[in-house]
Design a protein around this ligand. Structure first.
Ligand code: PAF
Length: 274
């Protein structure tokens, strides 16, 4: 696997490489990332991964400094998965001057996770557009665990007419149902044992909707109450339309139930499609 940190070196390494498939990450790779890398192979000739912890998408009181950085382990995993090229820029490589031109997503950036993480999706969209310009892939893959992020990136790609196919990969879960996430590493053993409840509450919402319940607010509140009773502090549990993440007028359209909740100091997100 080739590893490049400079934009110029990466560009010359990718010349004449055929169809480039790209999986951007912030490192601390787990089986969810590796599954995206494996799927990437089917979409082109050269699989490019990136590792960059993007300061722009972290709020001032968020975990930018303590975000796990495990570069040597990540490289070994990528190598073993057969990734061809890793782009791992430093902050100075990617942001040699302050990034004053940014991508301002529309109202979707202020709901759900955006309501609790102001500026987060601006930071994500800006770095992803920049990475797309550098790597120039024909296809890029993102995990569905970050459902709202995937939608922001899909919409940005379409509206800017970028010639890139965006593919969403299914969420990979631990045996007990917890969605894999780099932030799971922050959980204490007791919190880790409690963490699968988030997914279980989403499953209950899904079952109720499948069994004919149509009062989404009632289901959201019941899930929040159950989480609160178990010691969680919930930002939201929300039933939304898959198409635009708006509140549904009817439960007879494709829906997704999304949640963000804190267990101790760790904020976990999850979602399931209905
Ligand atoms: O999902 C992530 O890991 C990040 O938000 C991304 C897409 C790599 C942008 O920094």
């Amino acid at each position: 696997m080739q590893i490049h940190s400079s934009i110029a070196d990466l560009r010359s390494a990718l010349k004449g490489r055929g169809r480039v498939v790209f999986v951007p990450t912030m490192g601390n790779l787990h089986a969810g990332h590796i599954s995206l890398m494996q799927q990437a192979r089917a979409h082109g000739d050269t699989v490019v991964a990136s590792i960059f912890v993007n300061r722009l998408q972290f709020g001032p009181n968020e975990d930018f400094d303590k975000y796990p950085r495990t570069f040597a382990d990540d490289c070994a995993k990528l190598e073993a998965t057969g990734v061809d090229v890793l782009f791992a820029p430093t902050e100075t490589d990617l942001y040699p001057e302050p990034q004053e031109y940014t991508v301002e997503p529309p109202a979707i950036q202020n709901v759900l996770d955006g309501e609790f993480r102001p500026g987060h999706f601006r930071g994500v969209a800006t770095v992803v557009l920049k990475l797309f310009n550098i790597v120039q892939p024909q296809t890029a893959l993102f995990g569905k665990k970050d459902y709202q992020q995937l939608m922001v990136i899909r919409n940005m790609t379409r509206q800017f007419a970028l010639p890139i196919e965006i593919v969403g990969g299914e969420t990979v879960r631990a045996d007990d149902g917890l969605a894999l996430s780099s932030r799971n590493g922050y959980l204490t053993p007791t919190e880790r044992a409690e963490a699968p409840r988030l997914r279980q509450e989403l499953e209950k919402v899904r079952s109720a909707l499948r069994n004919g319940e149509s009062d989404c607010v009632k289901l959201e509140n019941a899930a929040i109450e159950a989480l609160t009773a178990a010691g969680w502090k919930t930002d939201y549990v929300a039933v939304r339309q898959q198409s635009d993440l708006a509140r549904p007028n009817s439960v007879n359209v494709p829906l997704v139930v999304l949640a963000a909740s804190r267990l101790g100091a760790t904020r976990l997100i999850d979602n399931i499609e209905i």
